[in-house]
Design a protein around this ligand. Structure first.
Ligand SMILES: *Cc1c(COP(=O)(O)O)cnc(C)c1O
Length: 363
C-alpha cells in the first residue's frame, strides 16, 4: 500500500530531543543522572508557579480560556503594549510553526543562520517554504550576509539572540543596521528564549521595532529561566496586524489552563529569576574556567549553556559522558553544548569530561 507523503515532509528527519533522565537510568542502571542537555533551569520551577498549579486542578474538566485574558494582559503590562500584541504558544516552538504556516507560500524564502535553533528549518520546510541558510562568522550571526541573502521571495528572517547552540549575541547596533537595510515587508523573528540570562548591555531592544510598527515578532518562553519547560508555554510580542493573522491559524486552546496559571505566577516571581541568573552567572565562570583548565576554548556565552570544541569526535565524548551519568548535547563534529547546572552538577560534568578526554587520548 503506497503511503503518499509530500516530498517536503519526506525530506525532514525527526527532531532529536535531549535524552530524558529516566531513559538513561533504565539503559545503564545508574542511580544518579545529571542532565545538562536542554538548557533547563537547574533550580527547578518558580515556587510561585508551583503554588499556582495546585489551585488549577479543580477546573481541569473545563477548556482553558482560549484568549488567555489574564496572562496576555500581564505580559502586555510588563512590556508596555496592549494585549492585542501578545500571542501565546504551546512553547514558543509552536509560534515558529504558526509563523511559517501563516506567512510562507510554496517557494517563499526564510533566511536563517546555518548553526541555529533547528526548529526554524523544520517548520519552514514543513510549511513548504525554502530555508536560506547563511553561515555564522566567528560563531555569531552575520547580519550583513543575512541582509544580502534577502530577496523578493523572503518573507521571514530568523534571528536567534543569544544564539542556540553557540551562545553568542548580536548587539543593538548590528541589528539596527540590519533593520535599516532589509525591506520593511520582511518579518523579522527575534527569538529571545535566553534573554533573561544576557549580561552584555549592548543587547538590542527588539521590542522597540514592534512598538514602531515594523513587521517583527519577539519570541520569549517560560521554558528556560522560569523553569516551566514541561508545561509548554511561550509567547510572542508582535504587531496587532501580524497577530491577527497568526490567530487565524493558532489552535484555539493551544495554551493549556495549568500552563496559563503557572506562567502568570512565574512572571511575578522576580526573586526566582534573580536567583536563577545569579546561579547561572557563577556556573558560567565555573564551567568556563574548568574547560579552559582542560585546554579547551569555550565560546563566550550570553545564555545558560556553553558551546565548546572538544577537539575529538564529539559523539564519542557524548557517549563516554553518558556512561558517567552526564547528559550533554552533541551538536556536530567536535562541538558539544553543555547547559550550566548547579555547582555540584557542573563539577561532576567537569570531572567526567576530564576522565573522558584523558582516556580518549590526545586528538
Ligand atoms: C528552548 C528554546 C525555545 C523555547 O522553546 P519552547 O517551545 O518555548 O519550550 C525557543 N527558541 C530557542 C532558540 C530555544 O533554545
Amino acid at each position: 500500500m503506497a503511503l503518499h507523503v509530500h516530498p517536503d515532509i519526506q525530506s525532514l528527519s525527526p527532531y532529536v530531543p535531549g535524552k530524558p533522565i529516566e531513559e538513561l537510568q533504565r539503559e545503564l542502571g545508574l542511580a544518579r543522572v545529571i542532565k545538562l542537555a536542554s538548557n533547563e533551569n537547574p533550580l527547578g520551577p518558580s515556587p510561585k508557579a508551583l503554588a499556582a498549579l495546585a489551585g488549577g486542578a479543580q477546573t481541569l474538566h473545563r477548556y482553558p480560556d482560549g484568549g488567555a485574558y489574564q496572562l496576555r494582559q500581564a505580559l502586555a503590562d510588563r512590556w508596555k503594549v496592549t494585549s492585542d500584541h501578545i500571542i501565546l504558544g504551546n512553547g514558543s516552538d509552536e509560534i515558529i510553526g504558526l509563523l511559517a504556516r501563516t506567512f510562507l507560500s510554496p517557494g517563499d524564502e526564510a533566511v536563517m543562520a546555518d548553526q541555529t535553533f533547528v526548529i526554524y528549518k523544520m517548520e519552514v520546510v514543513a510549511a513548504h517554504g525554502t530555508p536560506v541558510v547563511v553561515p555564522l562568522t566567528a560563531w555569531t550571526h552575520d547580519l550583513e550576509a543575512m541582509a544580502r541573502a534577502v530577496t523578493p521571495k523572503t518573507k521571514l528572517l530568523f534571528l536567534c539572540n543569544p544564539n542556540n547552540p553557540t551562545g553568542t549575541m548580536v548587539p543593538a547596533e548590528a541589528v539596527d543596521r540590519l533593520m535599516a537595510r532589509i525591506p520593511s515587508d520582511v518579518i523579522v523573528v527575534f527569538d529571545e528564549a535566553y534573554v533573561e540570562y544576557v549580561r552584555d548591555p549592548h543587547f538590542p531592544d527588539s521590542l522597540a521595532y514592534v512598538k514602531q510598527g515594523r513587521h517583527a515578532i519577539v519570541l520569549r518562553t517560560f521554558s528556560k529561566i522560569y523553569g516551566l519547560a514541561g508545561l509548554r508555554i511561550g509567547y510572542g510580542v508582535t504587531t496587532p496586524a501580524i497577530n491577527n493573522f497568526l490567530n487565524r491559524v493558532r489552535p484555539p486552546f493551544n495554551a493549556n489552563s495549568l500552563a496559563q496559571r503557572a506562567a502568570l505566577a512565574a512572571l511575578g516571581d522576580d526573586e526566582h529569576v534573580a536567583r536563577s541568573r545569579a546561579v547561572n552567572a557563577a556556573g558560567m565562570e565555573q564551567v568556563g574556567a574548568g574547560l579552559r583548565a582542560l585546554g579547551l576554548s569555550p565560546i563566550p556565552s550570553e545564555a545558560n549553556f556553553i558551546y565548546v570544541d572538544v577537539k575529538r569526535d564529539g559523539r564519542k565524548v557524548f557517549d563516554a559522558l553518558l556512561r558517567e551519568g552526564i547528559i550533554v548535547r552533541h551538536i556536530e563534529g567536535t562541538m558539544v553544548r553543555v547547559t550550566i547546572g548547579q555547582p555540584d552538577e557542573n563539577a561532576a560534568f567537569l570531572n567526567a569530561l576530564k576522565k573522558t578526554l584523558s582516556s580518549a587520548g590526545q586528538p
